[in-house]
Design a protein around this ligand. Structure first.
Ligand code: PMP
Length: 405
């Protein structure tokens, strides 16, 4: 992969922070945006801006065509069988809440069980807790071992007649662990349960085939795949989506509305897209995926694997540094704690040297508690990062730790 060429697409990488060249290693939180995506916004608001689906005029037609074109790009990206299986949301969080509030509310009750894992982001925990408090089902948690790998024996034991849903992430945002979702889907289905996969951290790094995985639902966010904030995707199997009730009411999601007879709803995917969507963001997300295809996700993954190896090696010589998440299957994330130095202090000081990493609980408090910590430092990688940047990060980290001890 020609990383110098890739970097030219990201104007933000030219900026300085505190007088130092920016080294951006917070990609698991939000990835940076290539020119093609920035220009898509500019072009949309200069030439096309209109509300979609309802206008008969040229601009409305063009906006609708571009918006629906993105749906096809996303279908292809996930290898979904049909375009109507792709629902645009505000992000992964909204996609997961959609499944909880629509499918969950209709299908879960007392005696039912939902399996989540100890690796989950809060957005795949709290929607289930909120609903469980109302509907009276039970949430069970698949444990992880010392490496941050899901305990598959425990998973098999937890699956049972009462399991209705398994909700797990594909890649952990806090540790980088890649979960064996295909095998997990097979086992869930053997027990008559559905599987919902939170792909927020997988979509930027792995080729995803929802049909090969056997995913019933799959969610990801635009801003982690070089696209904009404010847009995300829920893939759902067509037969499931068709049977699910709407979760938000409003324009666009109806067939007919009446005070005299029951209101009827639009076909999928529109049934789940009430109101005016984030049209420009959806179109820009399509551009981001096109950009990924141009570089090649395989090349991006291989490159990031090299960066992760290089960084792991670099920090492993630092005394008192403990890496959390040592699964042999990892993507893009290096999470660590340092003896005698608070994660937050490291984050603040390393920023002074131009290096952006994340510190905190990464919205995965139960996971961090499993490892007996409240916070970690997390460096995460994207297509445009370089081994030289990793070296700057390791050197800066050593300096910062020296200052703190
Ligand atoms: N799940 C995982 C694994 C994530 O990493 C994130 C974002 N940090 C989310 C869900 C939530 O995504 P968003 O904030 O874009 O809705």
């Amino acid at each position: 992969m020609d990383v110098a060429r890739v970097r030219q697409d990201f104007p933000i990488l030219e900026r300085e922070v505190h007088g130092k060249p920016l080294v951006y290693l917070d990609n698991a939180a939000t990835s940076q945006t290539p020119l093609a995506v920035i220009e898509a916004f500019d072009d949309y608001y200069r030439r096309i801006n209109a509300n979609i689906h309802r206008g008969l005029h040229t601009l409305a037609d063009e906006a609708t065509a571009a918006y629906e074109g993105s749906r096809e790009i996303v279908r292809d990206f996930l290898n979904a069988a049909e375009t109507r299986e792709i629902i645009f949301t505000r992000g992964t969080t909204e996609a997961l809440n959609l499944v909880a509030q629509s499918w969950g509310r209709a299908n879960l009750g007392p005696g039912d069980e939902v399996l989540i894992s100890n690796l989950e982001h809060h957005s795949n925990i709290v929607p289930w807790q909120l609903l469980a408090a109302e509907r009276g089902f039970i949430i069970k948690v698949i444990p992880v071992d010392e490496r941050g790998v899901l305990d598959m024996d425990a998973y098999r034991d937890l699956l049972g007649e009462r399991t209705r849903l398994v909700a797990v992430n594909h890649v952990s945002n806090a540790l980088g662990t890649i979960n064996p979702v295909q095998e997990m889907a097979r086992l869930a289905h053997e027990h008559g349960a559905l599987i919902l996969i939170d792909g927020a951290q997988a979509a930027p790094h792995l080729e995803i085939d929802v049909q090969a995985i056997g995913a019933d639902f799959y969610a990801f966010s635009g801003h982690k795949v070089y696209g904009p904030t404010g847009v995300g995707v829920l893939y759902g199997r067509a037969d499931l989506l068709e049977a699910m009730p709407p979760w938000q009411g409003g324009g666009e999601m109806i067939a007919t509305v009446s005070f005299d007879v029951p209101t009827t709803f639009a076909a999928i995917p529109h049934k789940f897209e009430a109101g005016t969507p984030a049209v420009a963001e959806v179109i820009a997300l399509g551009c981001a995926i096109r950009w990924i295809h141009e570089i090649g996700l395989k090349h991006i993954s291989a490159w990031e694997e090299r960066l992760l190896e290089h960084a792991t090696e670099g920090v492993s010589n630092i005394e008192g540094l403990r890496i959390l998440g040592t699964s042999p299957d990892k993507a893009g994330v290096l999470s660590f704690v340092v003896e005698g130095a608070h994660s937050q202090d490291i984050g603040l000081l390393i920023d002074q040297l131009g290096v952006a990493i994340r510190t905190g609980h990464h919205c995965a408090q139960p996971l961090l508690h499993r490892f007996g910590v409240e916070a970690t430092c997390r460096a995460s990688f994207a297509a445009y990062n370089t081994p030289e940047e990793v070296d700057i990060f390791v050197e800066a980290l050593q300096r910062v730790i020296g200052m703190l001890r």
